[in-house]
Design a binder for this molecule. Sequence first.
Ligand code: ZN
Length: 305
Amino acid sequence: MIRNPIPWPNGARCAVAITFDMDADSILHLEHADSHKRVSATSMLRYGPEVGIPRILDTYRKFDIKQTFFVPAWCIEQYPATIEAMLKDGHEIAHHGYIHENPVAQSREEQFYWLQRGIEIIEKYTGDRPRGWRAPLYNFSNDSADLLIEQGFLYDASLMGDDIPYLIQTDTGQLVELPSHWGLDDWPPYVHSLDLDYVMQVRGPAEAIQGFRSEFDCAWEYGGLWVSVWHPFASGRLSRWVEVEKLIRYMHEKGGVWFARMDEIAAHVAKVIEDGSYEPRVDSLPFYDRPVEAVWPGKQPDGVT
Ligand code: ZN
C-alpha cells in the first residue's frame, strides 16, 4: 500500500507524533476587531493553556513520551507558565506563526517579518531556535519553503502530500516534510463556534477517536507516519481526553510504535537519506507560480461584446 516505506528506528512499525497546535485565543483576534468583547469564545479558547495542557502533560508523563507543541509566538508571551511546563517535561516547542496570521494573504516581506519575530520569541523563551514550523491553518504559501530553508528550519508540518515523510525541493534548497491531513485534525469532529465561523456537528468522543484509531492501525500495518493535528481547547476537554488516553494505551499495547517529537522524526529522516539507506519522494515547489486558467478559445478580449 505504501510503495516506498521508510525504515523506522529499531524496526518500529510506524512513527507516532501526537502534535498539538496551542492556538489559544490567537485565532480570535485577527478575525474580529471586537475580539476583546467576546468573553465566552475567549474562555473556550483559554481552556487550552489553562486546563487542557496540564491534563495533556500529565498523560505524557504517565506514558513517558515527549511530544511537539506548535505555538504561535504571541501565545508564548501570553501564557509563559504553560510554555515553561511543556519545556520542563522535555517537549518540543515549534513555530506556528506570530498570532495565527495567514501567510498566503501576505507579501514575502510580511511573511519574513512574522517568521523572524516568532523565531526570536521562541529563542528567548526556550533557549533554542525552532526546528519546525506548521503554517497557521495549513496556509503554506509559495514563499514558505524558501523562507524556512533560509532560516535553517529542518522540517515543515503543514502539507498533506503523502502518508510518510518526504522532501520539499525549491531553488533555495530542501526541507523535510512531515505530513498529516484533515482526517487527523480535531476541528471537523469537535469544533463548533459561531465566533470562529466554523460550525460542525459535534461528534461524540468515542466516534471521533475511531477515525484517529483507524488512521493509526493503517500506519502500523503499512509503515506510515501518524501525526495528529489537535488543539488543547478541543481534544483536551475531559471526555475527549479520556478517549485519547485509551488510544495511547492501545498504541502502547500493540507495540512496535516509535513515539517521538517531530524534530526527532525529521532528524531521523535526514539521517537515513544522508547515509543512503533511504531514497525519499521529492515534491518540487511551487506547484504553480501563476493562476491556473482555462480559457475558451472563442473568448472575446475584455471589453468586446
Ligand atoms: Zn493553529
